[in-house]
Design a protein around this ligand. Structure first.
Ligand SMILES: [Zn+2]
Length: 99
């Protein structure tokens, strides 16, 4: 596959992932948790399939373990880790991540 074709695929994958995350957010706001999680799972599948990378602000917007959207004060708690001097996010499923 030539590079130009790859680039087109990558950009369209990124676009659809952004759209899926926007939809997930909408579903979450409407109180449809199951639907939101399904969208996040689809994003994870796309990431795996195309070995794509998300921009930083999107990468840290959902849980890779349980598929929850990360909304500070709602689904995650954000704490400051003094030992490592960074922010630590704890998901409702118990998964933690350093940002
Ligand atoms: Zn989680």
């Amino acid at each position: 596959m030539d590079i130009r074709r790859k680039k087109i695929i990558k950009s369209s994958v990124l676009q659809s992932m952004e759209r899926l995350l926007a939809e997930a957010r909408k579903a979450h706001e409407a109180g449809n948790e199951e639907r939101a999680r399904r969208y996040v799972r689809m994003v994870l599948d796309l990431l795996k399939k195309h070995k794509a990378k998300l921009p930083k602000e999107l990468r840290n917007s959902f849980c890779r373990k349980c598929g929850r959207l990360w909304i500070p004060g709602d689904t995650v708690t954000v704490t400051y880790d003094k030992k490592t001097a960074c922010l630590r996010v704890r998901c409702a499923c118990g998964n933690t991540k350093r940002i």
